[in-house]
Design a protein around this ligand. Structure first.
Ligand code: C3B
Length: 838
């Protein structure tokens, strides 16, 4: 492609190419980076080159703020938040950096004057998928809010070489393709070799006496791995604060190969290298269902040990002592994935820094806090003792010691309650001993939180009930939130413009101000534009669907969307049963009146999760039949969008009319997609689950389509003996729907394809689809009616947005700061860039 990038070196001489913000300087910097970093003349450059050059241009402007932030943190007496997470689903960096630097329009102009279209360049960026779903994306929203609120903070995680797989759909089935996100290089990371740390594995422990005759334990590992920090800047929105996301890459220790190599065992030497590097090779693609694989424990310990050593090293350098660690560091455990931190911190303090146990324990407990993200029993991490012992022998000893002391305390508080001891113990007995990571995290932390009000209540009453009895004051709720910068401003620019025009721009930092939109609710011009923007967003998604699925959809139909990981508890198949129900109604009566709908699905299934993959196939099979049937006459269409990701989400949320949040009550800890839909003006059809409850509370009962059993009703029904067959027998439509699916109506040539799905519903129905089917179907009829009244729908949509302020992650982060971390903002003042002084 011919552009005029190189022709733009006009007569500007004063502004610095690396910091200047004028269009001319940006153009020159862009051309310069294309030439000197990408090594390309513009006539030979491709879009990846443009993307890279533009990223470096943007990164230069971040660096000034980033290094200044580091300097301020270094010089001032501050307390820092360390967010430990095995996943960070950051989304694309370039667009977000431009937004947060307030540089979007200037760069857009500079790029345009260079003959290019910014949106096309932005599309070149690989979406760094270093997470599975909600938990990883929450971590990313939190980093954005921390920087925006000017809180000293650092994210710590793993630099996976392969992120979440790319999903393609072949013959209706999910096919996984490795995600080589680093193949063209990563302009957003800076490697800090000088801060490399050593991580030990395996081996044994031994006791020795120090100079003064005090006994200590030391760990003699069988191998050591190096952790190399890769730092990514995390800019706040319209602040100078740029925090750091530090991801660790595993490499072989320096001395790994010499012995083997010198004795001629070249293969052996390389094998060690490969084993070491395997640790940060790939993200486990499971969401809410851990697999007890050794490599996974290695990953967890690897990044925890790297991060804690890093925190201690930096603290010691600054303060020269460790007794005040908790005054300067708050470490948050994002689920149990980093829970081994509790034992590793004790090891570092007691063994390496020779601290007394009680002092080390006080520091550990006051430093750590733990967030639980799921009640699914199968998702609570447990590691077999033999595996643990072979990989982390010293940590097992430390865990036994923590457990021993803890259970002694329990015994004095509750004498003679052996059952209680068994339930509270970090070690699960019977059927092979296991280490319970949630117990370890709860005992070793000063605060434990759930992620929505209902979830926290259920934690207290159920999963962590006994701990709640011991320490009620430890437990607190922190309802999740999402960043409005990525999920509204970046994803939905015209909509954001309308809002800013009406209420000013400060809503982006104070989302509660969206309330002011209610004053415009009767303004016909405002309402018109509101609808036009939604329509235009739907058109954009329709274009995408046509290009990717070859399905033409009607932008006047209800865009009814369910995007999230595929899981039985999330009940994508309930949505599907309803679609089949509608289809059968059309088949029975081709003239039936029906509000047109486009049902859109997206989401990945864990590769080993058979039923989830079968659900994807079923959606596509139904889509094939429904979309081709002339009787349907375009009234319903079904689309499965492949490879749902953060970037695809940015296209989808703004285009939704209806948000499907239909998990079995009590199963979805919070949900965060629900919040993104609401903020972009979609209405929700949902159960009383997770944060849906709070969304409904905020937007008002009249502006939310509620259906289904409550968590308490689900429990009661299960307790009393739930029989899904009763619903099958008594509900004719439901019976026909299930029969058609089971008979092969949607799978010609493969009669029994969906039998496992139907059997599971008829015989177990763990997630109570059949019990909720009729209520869901009735509620959907109300949605269709409401959509017929376009004025009523518009009012509801505006109210949903105006009342969504609570769901900003800024609010969530402020609560963590006040109630758990006890940290305060730190202002970063910018100094003019001066290479001579730097
Ligand atoms: C998810 C939960 O399933 C969601 O309800 C919740 O909104 C998010 O975490 C964020 O809190 N979750 C996940 O994505 N992965 C897990 N292993 C556990 C929970």
């Amino acid at each position: 492609m011919q552009t005029n990038v190189a022709n733009q070196t006009s007569n500007i001489t004063v502004e610095d190419d690396r910091t200047g913000l004028s269009i001319e300087t940006l153009k020159r910097a862009f051309a310069d980076n294309l030439f000197y970093i990408q090594g390309k003349l513009s006539i030979l450059a491709n879009f990846t080159d443009y993307y890279m050059a533009l990223s470096y241009t943007t990164r230069d402007r971040l660096l000034q703020r980033w290094l200044q932030t580091l300097k301020v943190y270094h010089e001032q007496d501050i307390k820092t938040v360390y967010y430990l997470s095995a996943e960070f689903l950051m989304g694309r960096h370039l667009g977000n950096s431009l937004i947060n630097l307030d540089l979007y329009e200037s760069i857009e102009q500079a790029v345009k004057e260079s003959g290019l279209d910014l949106t096309e360049v932005l599309e070149q960026e690989p979406d760094p998928g270093l997470g599975n779903g909600g938990l990883g994306r929450l971590a990313a929203c939190f980093l954005d809010s921390l920087a925006t609120l000017e809180i000293p903070a650092m994210g710590y995680g793993i630099r996976y070489e392969f992120g979440i797989f790319n999903q393609s759909i072949q013959h209706g089935w999910q096919v996984e393709i490795p995600d080589k996100w680093l193949k063209c290089g990563n302009p957003w990371e800076v490697v800090r070799y000088e801060s490399t740390v050593q991580v030990k594995f395996g081996g044994h422990t031994e006791v020795y006496n120090d100079d003064r005759g005090r006994p200590h334990t030391r760990w003699i590992p069988s191998f050591t791995v190096e952790g190399i920090p890769h730092d990514t800047p995390v800019p706040g929105y319209q602040t100078n604060t740029v925090n750091t996301l530090r991801l660790w890459k595993a490499e072989a220790g320096e001395d790994f190969n010499f012995q083997a190599f010198n004795s001629g065992d070249y293969d052996g030497a390389v094998a060690t290298k490969i084993k070491s590097e395997t640790i940060s090779k790939v993200l486990y693609p499971n969401d809410n269902t851990p697999q007890g694989r050794q490599l996974r424990l290695e990953q967890q310990f690897f990044f925890v040990s790297c991060s804690l050593q890093d925190i201690i090293r930096r603290h010691l350098k600054k303060y020269g002592r460790l007794d005040n660690l908790a005054d300067h560091a708050a470490v948050q455990l994002n689920d149990t994935h980093p829970a081994i931190s509790i034992a590793e911190m004790m090891r570092l303090l007691v063994d390496d820094h020779q601290m007394f146990w009680d002092e080390a324990w006080r520091i550990t407990q006051s430093t750590f806090a733990y967030t639980n993200h799921t009640l699914m029993p199968e998702a609570l991490e447990k590691w077999g003792v033999p595996l643990f012992e072979s990989l982390l022998p010293r940590h097992l000893e430390i865990i036994y010691e923590i457990n021993h002391r803890f259970l002694q305390d329990v015994q004095t508080w509750f004498p003679d309650d052996n059952e209680l001891l068994l339930r509270l113990s970090i070690i699960e007995e019977g059927g092979g001993k296991k280490v319970r990571m949630a117990n370890l995290a709860t005992i070793g932390s000063h605060a434990v939180n759930g992620v929505a009000a209902l979830h926290t209540e259920l934690l207290k009453q159920d999963v962590l009930r006994d701990f709640y009895k011991l320490w009620p004051e430890k437990f607190n709720n922190k309802t999740n939130g999402v960043t409005p910068r990525r999920w509204v401003l970046l994803a939905n620019p015209t909509f954001s413009e309308l809002i800013t025009e009406k209420i000013g721009g400060s809503w982006l930092k104070h989302l509660d101000e969206l309330r002011k939109l209610e004053t415009f609710i009767d303004d016909p011009e405002f309402r018109d534009r509101w609808r036009q923007i939604k329509q235009a967003n739907k058109q954009k998604l329709a274009d995408y669907i046509l290009a990717h699925n070859s399905v033409e959809v009607d932008v006047n139909s209800i865009f009814d969307i369910q995007v999230k990981r595929i899981h039985e508890y999330k009940r994508q198949h309930l949505d599907l049963l309803h679609i089949i129900g509608l289809y059968l109604r059309i088949k029975q009566n081709p003239n039936i009146k029906m509000t047109p709908r486009t049902f859109i699905f997206g989401g990945k299934a864990a590769p080993g999760y058979f039923m989830a993959k079968l659900i994807i196939k079923a959606i596509n099979a139904v889509a094939d039949v429904v979309n081709r049937d002339p009787d349907v006459h375009g009234r319903i269409k079904v689309v499965f969008l492949a490879n749902f990701s953060a970037s695809l989400g940015q296209l989808i949320y703004p285009a939704a009319d209806l948000s499907e949040q239909i998990s079995t009550a009590g199963k979805e800890a919070s949900g965060t997609g629900n919040m993104k839909f609401t903020m972009n003006g979609a209405l929700t059809i949902g159960t009383l689950d997770g944060a849906n409850i709070e969304i409904r509370e905020e937007v008002g009962d009249d502006n939310f389509f509620l259906f289904g059993l409550t968590a308490a009703e689900v429990e009661k029904m299960k307790y009393e003996g739930y029989n899904p067959r009763d619903y099958y027998d008594s509900n004719e439509e439901l019976r026909t729907v299930l029969d058609r699916l089971a008979m092969g109506y949607f799978s010609p040539g493969e009669k029994d394809l969906f039998k496992p799905l139907v059997d599971s519903l008829l015989h177990h129905d763990d997630y109570m689809l059949l019990a909720d089917y009729q209520a869901y179907s009735d509620c959907q009829a109300k949605v269709s009616d409401a959509y017929q009244d376009i004025e009523r729908w518009t009012t509801m949509s505006i109210l949903n947005v105006a009342r969504s302020g609570k769901f900003s992650s800024d609010r969530t982060i402020k609560e963590y700061c006040d109630d758990i971390w006890n940290v305060k903002p730190v202002k970063v003042e910018l100094e003019p860039y001066d290479p001579a002084r730097a």
